[in-house]
Design a protein around this ligand. Structure first.
Ligand code: NOJ
Length: 562
């Protein structure tokens, strides 16, 4: 398909992310799987989503839950078979749901055949698929540079077989591919085309901004946590490499390509996503989440003004030039209720609905994460032993033997930050293991599952789930939301997020109280005196837009002004 013929379906699509390990277990081994997903397709259809982003389901030894791939063309044993996958994609397509797969090609697993061959000898044909270097120091026993892994420690691992080091920006079981090697780029193109031919509709590209490393791999400037970033994020050849994959694969299909881009600025995002540049369709930026942490780790007091600034900058920055992705949750980030509405207890339902309005009335493609539709929350960690994430386990090893001393402080941080918060099993019902599995799940179930679950929400017309259904249906085809300009109201307000979307004669007025108590609100005069229709309200009763309103805790409204 030529680029001109590509439809921009993703601009009006609502995407639902599935983390397969934690979604639904069909065979009672405590691990979610593809037949489990198939059994829940009607839930997705009913919710009204248009596409699924499926976190990796390829063959993997699971050092990082599938983000370490040992065979890109087959399915992980715990998840099922390629035939199961084919039934799943057909089931999705039959329901009008597209499938976006995860493309993890900054690195492979060390158990991928390419790496196994690569480490055999310096002249192996696969040697140059990875980044091998001699060490420093007399006998080469010091790493080639000072880069650190995103998951802690040096980014280099020494390999006895050939007495050289290989680069791994994540765990040592995730060696980085060498994208400067044209054969590697061809492999990536072939992998993408293989899945497109099987019917997939797009890719979410894992840490795609890391694929091009600076020539000579120079030392990074001093940074206590992450060294080397400036030499491998948005590296020298990244645009050339993306354009090549786009030309030889992505552009030939009617796809959506979204790149994970930690630390990306608006200027860089435009380079990745401006349509005429033919690279990707949109990126995931992290600024709204990172605004609540110091050095990415230490939780700060939530400040709506910072978040509002980020939202507005991205809305204005990409308007008519690029395209935004809209999200508050994914498998790496904690639950949005805990991150964006601290103190929500007692108002969980209102807060979850308010957050949906706050983020998803903006311009861009919405991505929601499994469990967000029922307002799942962070896990109440009590000890290190409950943490499954390889990042936490690595930190724990680094702290050892003092890990128990630091445990209390670490747990405070983990409650706010740990990736496991999002990975607890999907809460389907109040039956054993939250209806996720008939046996003990691979990761703890959040004890609130008896209250917070899909079954309960289905029965309650005012539930978060039913609110999401309304919101998704309202968004569908709504030109003011999809194409409209963005206008912020009272941007410095510390409690209320208020913005408008305009498209020709249509005007949407959005107001969200982020506080867990009542707050006075004054609508702009030109809005308050217009005829208005209440399109969405998280308290569910009729509420005219008056110039002066006392907003209830976490109250949110969307008005159509005429
Ligand atoms: C980003 C993914 O979202 C995360 O889960 C993974 O651990 C790293 N990339 C490494 O692939």
């Amino acid at each position: 398909m030529s680029e001109e013929k590509k439809t921009r379906w993703y601009k009006d699509a609502f995407v639902y992310q599935i983390y397969p390990r934690s979604f639904c277990d069909s065979n009672g081994d405590g691990i979610g799987d593809i037949p489990g997903i198939i059994s829940k397709l009607d839930h997705l259809k009913d919710l009204g989503v248009d596409a699924v982003w499926l976190s990796p389901c390829y063959k993997s030894p699971n050092d990082d839950n599938g983000y370490d791939i040992s065979d890109y063309r087959d399915i992980m044993d715990e998840f099922g078979t390629l035939d199961d996958w084919k039934i799943m994609i057909k089931g999705m397509h039959d329901r009008g749901i597209k499938l976006i797969m995860d493309l993890v090609v900054n690195h492979t697993s060390d158990e991928h055949q390419w790496f196994k061959d690569s480490r055999l000898s310096k002249d192996n044909p696969y040697r140059d698929y990875y980044i091998w270097r001699k060490g420093k120091g007399k006998n080469g026993k010091k790493p080639p540079n000072n880069w650190t892994s995103r998951f802690g420690g040096s980014a280099w691992e020494y390999d006895d077989a050939t007495e050289e080091w290989y680069l791994h920006l994540f765990t040592k079981k995730q060696p980085d591919l060498n994208w400067d090697n044209p054969k590697v780029r061809q492999e990536v193109i072939d992998i993408c085309n293989y899945w497109f031919e099987l019917g997939v509709d797009g890719f979410r590209c894992d840490v795609i901004t890391y694929i091009s490393k600076a020539k000579g791999l120079p030392d990074g400037k001093y940074n206590i946590l992450a060294r080397g970033d400036e030499h491998f994020t948005h590296g020298p050849n990244i645009h050339e490499y993306l354009k090549q994959v786009n030309k030889e694969s992505w552009s030939k299909y009617d796809t959506m390509i979204v790149g994970e881009a930690a630390g990306v600025t608006i200027e860089q995002a435009l380079l990745y996503t401006a349509e005429e540049r033919k690279e990707m369709d949109c990126v995931f930026q992290f600024e709204h989440f990172e605004a609540s942490f110091w050095m990415h780790i230490i939780p700060l007091k939530f400040d709506l003004r910072k978040i509002q600034k980020v939202f507005s900058r991205w809305q204005f920055g990409l308007m008519q030039k690029g395209w935004n992705s809209l999200y508050l949750e994914n498998h790496d980030q904690p639950r949005s209720l805990d991150s964006y509405t601290p103190g929500f207890e007692g108002h969980r339902e209102e807060a979850a609905k308010m957050l949906a309005v706050a983020i998803f009335m903006q311009q861009g493609t919405p991505f929601m994460y499994q469990g967000q539709e029922i307002g799942m929350t962070n896990y109440p960690f009590k000890s290190f032993d409950e943490c499954k994430d390889v990042v936490v386990q690595n930190i724990r090893k680094m702290l050892h033997p003092l890990d128990k001393i630091f445990e209390k402080t670490a747990i405070k941080i983990l409650k706010k930050r740990s990736r496991d918060n999002a990975r607890t099993p999907m809460q389907w019902s109040s039956s054993e293991n939250a209806g996720f599995s008939s046996s003990e799940p691979w990761i703890m179930v959040n004890p609130n599952f008896t209250e917070v679950n899909v079954e309960k929400d289905k029965e309650n017309p005012n539930s978060i789930l039913n609110f999401y259904k309304k919101l998704i249906a309202f968004r569908k085809g709504n030109e003011a939301i999809i194409k409209g300009s963005f206008k912020e109201n009272d941007p410095g307000n510390k409690d209320i997020l208020c913005y408008e979307r305009w498209y020709h004669g249509e005007r949407l007025f959005i107001v969200c109280n982020f506080k867990n108590s009542e707050v006075n609100f004054r609508a702009p005069l030109d809005a308050a005196y217009l005829e208005c229709e209440l399109a969405l309200h998280n308290y569910g009763y009729d509420r005219p837009l008056l110039q002066s309103l006392v907003l209830r805790p976490y109250e949110a409204m969307v008005y159509i002004l005429k």
